[in-house]
Design a protein around this ligand. Structure first.
Ligand code: UDP
Length: 412
């Protein structure tokens, strides 16, 4: 396991000293994070480093995963889609399945949750647990990772009263915050620059992965890494690729696997394969959840990274691409806007045609690829590395402990 001090060469010693000083106020604090999948997707990616580093800083941190069956994950995917603005219908039977799964998880988790000083509930899947832990002694925080700016009425009507019971909530950007009767905090996610997903790789390892997937080093490689999810718009990426192929011999990589809590992946993948037909230059790679080094190598051997989402809470894949010195062509939505700055770190686009035009520009201005890559990496160093993320979580916890939440409410 890495130690935080290993990050000194990337972020400097002052940043680490500050984390240690903040954490002195939190020694022995019992903190529990709860989400709904151990692997796949950005939340699991973040929790896998956050828990060990909180522990290293003297906090008693743990990570619990709620277990659910297919009906449960169908409902929570409905929540997810509804929160991100799709018009969905929420049936009473779905609500019953959601609450029942939370109830059975509460039987197992209640002792640790009621005893915790701070509980972070990630996204809506485990949110009902709050109402099943009546003897909770700590503060409970709802951490929303998705773009909840324009939720479907049916979903928000159910979730809102449930979320009102939390002591605070965290959103990734101001646009996502909601009208809720508790303090709300803005904390953007981040990446671990020394993880298998992001650490520097040797050139021969990158070349091996490139060869393994039959990618031609002599032609531009465009890569989108994503779960197969409608909001990631893989079909739109293929449309854009077809347009680019009219003027440049690019290759496309669509790399993704499933997440345990995402039941729609198989259907999206089927349609992606249909759209790709038998084009040998479209590489659809189904990777296991622990293929971090492979993804790392694929991102590093790419010319441009794409994340053409139509909704995005943040988009760690954007951060990962920027950190590897690649310009990112990103959908002009949500957290991608925090990271992609036109003509500096990449381009924001709204259509396959926009994607085509911007990639064409980059392929015609190779020096811009390099300049943007350098800027993108520095932008991530300044803003989206785990040390900044930890600092904001620690600050929030110190504040909650000292009761600023209640003072803020009193002042409102
Ligand atoms: N990821 C992965 N394997 C895949 C697809 C995605 O490891 O097949 C990782 C990806 O590298 C990133 C995270 O999962 O670290 C996805 O986070 P993001 O915020 O981009 O999207 P989310 O899936 O949370 O909507």
């Amino acid at each position: 396991m890495r130690s935080l001090r290993e990050y000194e060469k990337i972020v400097g010693s002052a940043v680490l000293n500050q984390l240690e000083q903040l954490a002195e106020n939190l020694t022995g604090l019992k903190v529990v994070h709860v989400n709904s999948t151990k692997a796949g997707g950005g939340v699991a990616e973040i929790l896998s480093w956050m828990i060990p580093f909180m522990t290293e800083l003297g906090i008693t941190a743990s990570w619990e995963v709620i277990q659910g069956d297919e009906p449960f994950f169908n409902v929570t995917k409905t929540f997810h889609n509804g929160l991100q603005g799709h018009q969905v219908n929420l049936l009473p039977s779905q609500i019953a399945a959601y609450e029942e799964t939370n109830r059975s998880n509460a039987e197992r988790l209640r002792p640790i949750l009621e005893d915790a000083d701070i509980v972070f509930i990630h996204d809506p899947q485990p949110a009902y647990l709050l109402h099943l832990c009546p003897n909770r002694k700590g503060k409970w925080i709802w951490r929303c990772h998705i773009d909840a700016s324009h939720p479907a009425r049916s979903v928000w009507k159910y979730l809102r009263p449930l979320l009102e019971g939390f002591d605070a909530s965290i959103f990734s950007m101001a646009e996502f915050s909601k009208s809720l009767p508790h303090p709300q905090f803005l904390i953007a996610p981040s990446i671990d620059p020394l993880s298998e997903k992001n650490r520097k790789l040797r050139a021969d390892e990158i070349a091996r992965v490139r060869t393994k997937y039959n990618l031609d080093p002599g032609r531009p490689i465009l890569t989108q890494v994503s779960r197969f999810d409608w909001f990631k718009d893989p079909i739109g990426v293929i449309e854009g690729y077809h347009l680019i192929r009219k003027f440049a011999p690019v290759q496309l990589v669509l790399a993704g696997g499933g997440a345990d809590d995402d039941p729609e992946g198989a259907e999206v993948l089927r349609l992606v394969k249909e759209a790709a037909a038998d084009d040998p230059d479209i590489n659809i790679l189904l990777l296991p959840p622990d293929a971090h080094r492979t993804i790392n190598a694929l991102q590093r051997c790419s010319t441009v990274i794409i994340q053409k989402s139509t909704r995005e809470g943040f988009g760690l894949t954007v951060t990962e691409g920027l950190w590897k010195g690649k310009p990112v062509i990103g959908g002009d939505v949500g957290g991608i806007r925090l990271q992609v700055i036109n003509y500096h770190t990449g381009f924001l686009v709204n259509s396959p045609e926009g994607m085509t035009q911007k990639i064409r520009y980059l392929l015609n201005h190779e020096n811009m690829i390099e300049i943007m890559g350098i800027k993108g990496r520095e932008f991530v160093r300044e803003n989206f590395l785990l040390t900044r993320h930890l600092r904001e979580y620690l600050t929030l916890m110190v504040g909650l402990r000292r009761g600023f939440a209640s003072r803020l409410i009193a002042a409102a």
